[in-house]
Write a protein that binds this ligand. Sequence first.
Ligand SMILES: NC(=O)c1ccc[n+]([C@@H]2O[C@H](COP(=O)([O-])OP(=O)(O)OC[C@H]3O[C@@H](n4cnc5c(N)ncnc54)[C@H](O)[C@@H]3O)[C@@H](O)[C@H]2O)c1
Length: 332
Amino acid sequence: MADILSQYRDKNVLVTGGAGCIGSNLTKALIKAKAARVVVVDDLSAAQKWNVPVDPAVTFIEGDILDEEILKRAFKTGFDVVFHLAAHFANQNSVDHPETDLLVNGLGTLRLLEYSHLTKSARFVLASSGCSVYGSQAPLPLKEDFVSLHLDTPYQITKLLGELYCNFYYNYYGLPVAIARYFNVYGPGEIPGAYRNVIPNFMWWALHKKPLPITGTGEETRDFTFVEDIVDGTLRLGILPEAVGGAFNLASETETRVIDIANKVNELTKNDHGVKLVPRRDWDKIVRRRASIEKAHKVLGYQPRTKIDEGIKKVYEWILQNRDQIEEDATF
Ligand SMILES: NC(=O)c1ccc[n+]([C@@H]2O[C@H](COP(=O)([O-])OP(=O)(O)OC[C@H]3O[C@@H](n4cnc5c(N)ncnc54)[C@H](O)[C@@H]3O)[C@@H](O)[C@H]2O)c1
């Protein structure tokens, strides 16, 4: 990681969605790397300003990626690397708000690509979703060359759409694009809420001494990946020449049952209210999920390091440190 970080020294970088879970951790890493300038664009629709790292190198632009005035302010010059993480997140949110999902994840990504191309930015990294683009009928482990038309939510469709636009800008204009396919990311920086991921939400319910709601049987598995490992892989995609033109799974390559996550959270937080099973959401057809990271390992040297127990502990510590803010800002 130190080796990769050092390559960001003095670079000029854009992070869209930099107030969010992954974007804020990515921004912290770029500060550590002594990047010359990190421009963060985020409209705070799903995040809080206090989560944006403060540093002389960071310029925070509060605004919508669909707003051309905001894009013109951000793209006064091209960037060495554009990390496009802003998105309408995630499945249930897209089922409830399909048009916003299309505008932000579709048109928003198209505009980011266009501005990156026009300003001759040197690299464009898209935050795509392995949980989305492989659909519900792919064989395990999930590999990059599998293509699915069996997508179950607008979010899954627009994440694939973003990838297809990237391929167009790469093939037609030669924009150096690299695609990150993330899997079930968790870590400090994610505020619990109605549309948020299972780990911070379990923490929330546990801290409120409530049973943890499991949508399904609890036997479902996911490939939970700690945010620092995701940041490490993303930084590799932003700088290594071998990444250009490719899509790479960034995952832990480990299947963990949701019930095991719930039990770990209850044990850590000393919550003795157990779990409650609620019906699986009707769009959720994926019972098991495990990625292959062979390609990212071979081509980029990507190697996730954080085991689930350690990662969950770090989330818990972050929630305790920011408890008052999180109580105010959680969106249930
Ligand atoms: N967290 C995961 O498990 C996961 C898995 C696969 C892919 N991803 C992708 O990674 C990226 C980051 O995910 P995250 O977990 O940090 O999500 P997040 O919701 O925490 O971050 C997204 C950020 O984008 C901002 N945003 C939303 N709409 C915007 C708009 N129109 N203009 C400007 N900013 C806007 C939000 O305020 C938020 O801060 C997203 O593209 C997401 O689709 C995440």
